[in-house]
Design a protein around this ligand. Structure first.
Ligand code: FAD
Ligand code: A2P
Length: 430
């Protein structure tokens, strides 16, 4: 599905909205990681075929190949392979996964194709459009961290949304703050809503626009960990900013954000999704997270930090470093809880831009100020970078990384592509 990237346009101008589909079949579409064997490096020793516990590897006289519909990415074959030919992956649209016939005919692996997010899937058009815009800053579709838990996507479509009940709506910014940012808790009762940290859900605002058409879906990052806002409950939280001005600071009443911010306990909300197959946290022990956000871009960072906090006792957590920008402490969501976290758990760097008597500070200024530690993380193959929030910060953060690299004998031009290719650089800005 190739679309205009203006998510503000009504659904029927952009194309047909999602077709009704059963939850399981919807989840089986979308983008997948396909396991492949590099025919140029493979020495045809048969180790992979002999090791695979589920018979996903086969061969002919020419090549060893992996059955896409059988391989479950258990990785049992990876370390026994003497050449590393086995450790190759491509992001593919499920319906377009490379067949055995194609793989058996290869002399070399195909390049990673630029994926059109919506192609071959039934994601709502406006979700595809908003996602294309949001991930533009990372250079388009990127793979998830290799160890990320497999996400479920598009379980609920516009034709069969799930109904969530509001169980909490709390103001996160101080009473005297200009910005109204809220922590909204949604409970899904008996309906399954499996989400991972970094994924988004879609909210369908009730009513119609000024042309009498249903409002389009808006995306919101999940702010709670996978086991729920309250562990073991079938709920999740969102961090929502009430939009009262447009991007040019003219007065505007955001349809969905005002709807969400005004919800009362017990209200019902129509939810679609979940979405997102790339901005996910690594699942392996020792992975370090470098998180950079402004405003409500803190939602996925809260989810990841909370996931880590709940697992502190396992002693498998890697380093956490956070750069978080807001106008002032009273405008920063989660300021209280964040500043109470122990220093050895998270290295917090809060940038404030509008504190009277203090010079304006942005996240990129603090990245420069912490150049030595940021450079150490950029050098570490176990580091994963997440950037979320204002679109405007992309350029400044990119320039700061470039400067950090230059000051520490690295080239951002080589570091960045490597981070992207290995699923270690994720940007979601709006
Ligand atoms: P609209 O009625 O759509 O727009 C009203 C006016 O405000 C328009 O002129 C519009 O251009 C302008 N406008 C739209 N959005 C903003 C904005 N954020 N700031 C200033 N002006 C704006 N929002 C959150 O609050 N929390 C999240 O966790 C979150 N996660 C997102 C994740 C992704 C991947 C994406 C793409 C967006 C995310 N958003 C998030 C933004 C959210 O989807 C909506 O765009 C936002 O709430 C505005 O919707 P609205 O219906 O209130 O405004
Ligand atoms: P500013 O005071 O200049 O607007 P908001 O409250 O509008 O969501 O913004 C969150 C924080 O992001 C604010 O401190 C804001 O500063 C800051 N910000 C605005 N533009 C940029 C930018 N280009 N790069 C980094 N931070 C920015």
């Amino acid at each position: 599905m190739s679309v205009s990237i203006d998510p503000q346009r009504p659904r029927d101008e952009l194309g047909t909205a999602a077709a009704p589909v059963a939850a399981a079949s919807a989840a089986d579409r979308g983008i997948a990681r396909q396991h492949l064997i590099d025919p140029e490096i493979c020495i045809r020793c048969n180790t992979c075929e002999a090791t695979c516990p589920i018979g996903a590897v086969t061969h002919d006289d020419r090549n060893y190949v992996v059955k896409f519909d059988v391989c479950n990415a258990c990785n049992a074959c990876i370390s026994p392979c003497p050449t590393g030919a086995i450790d190759n992956w491509r992001q593919v649209l499920r319906p377009k996964a490379y067949s055995l016939e194609e793989q058996l005919g290869w002399d070399q692996l195909p390049r990673q194709e630029e994926l059109d997010i919506g192609a071959g899937t039934d994601l709502p058009t406006e979700v595809v459009a908003a996602t294309v815009l949001a991930i533009a800053g990372q250079g388009g579709v990127a793979p998830p961290p290799w160890s990320a838990q497999k996400p479920r996507v598009n379980l609920y479509s516009l034709k069969n949304p799930v109904i969530a009940v509001v169980t909490g709506n709390y103001r996160l910014t101080a009473d005297d703050a200009v910005t109204d940012i809220r922590h909204i808790v949604l409970d899904f009762g008996a309906s399954a809503m499996p989400v991972l940290e970094g994924q988004t859900i879609g909210i369908v605002p009730p009513g119609v626009d000024d042309r009498g058409r249903p409002h389009y879906v808006r995306l919101y990052s999940v702010a709670s960990p996978r086991d729920g806002e309250r562990p073991g409950y079938n709920n999740l939280s969102l961090t929502v900013k009430r939009v009262t001005e447009d991007h040019e600071n003219r007065p505007a009443r955001g349809v969905c954000s005002n709807y969400l911010c005004d919800l009362k306990t017990g209200d019902e909300v129509q939810v679609v999704g979940p979405y997102g197959t790339s901005f996910l946290m690594p699942n392996h022990s020792g992975a370090a997270l470098l998180m950079i956000c402004t405003g409500t871009g803190s939602a996925p960072m809260r989810a990841m930090t909370e996931r880590r906090r709940r697992r502190t006792h396992l002693k498998e957590n890697g380093e956490l470093m956070l750069f978080f920008g807001a106008r002032s402490p009273s405008e920063l969501p989660y300021f209280g809880p964040l500043t109470h976290l122990p220093k050895e758990f998270i290295d917090n760097n809060l940038a404030f831009s509008r504190v009277p008597g203090k010079s304006k500070e942005y996240v990129q200024d603090l990245i420069r100020a912490r150049a030595a530690d940021v450079a150490r993380l950029l050098r570490n193959d176990e580091s994963y970078i997440y950037i979320c929030g204002l679109k405007g910060m992309e350029q400044g953060v990119d320039a700061a990384f470039r400067e950090v690299c230059a000051r520490h004998e690295m080239s951002w031009d080589s570091v960045l592509p490597r981070l992207r290719e290995t699923g270690r650089y994720h940007v979601e800005t709006y």
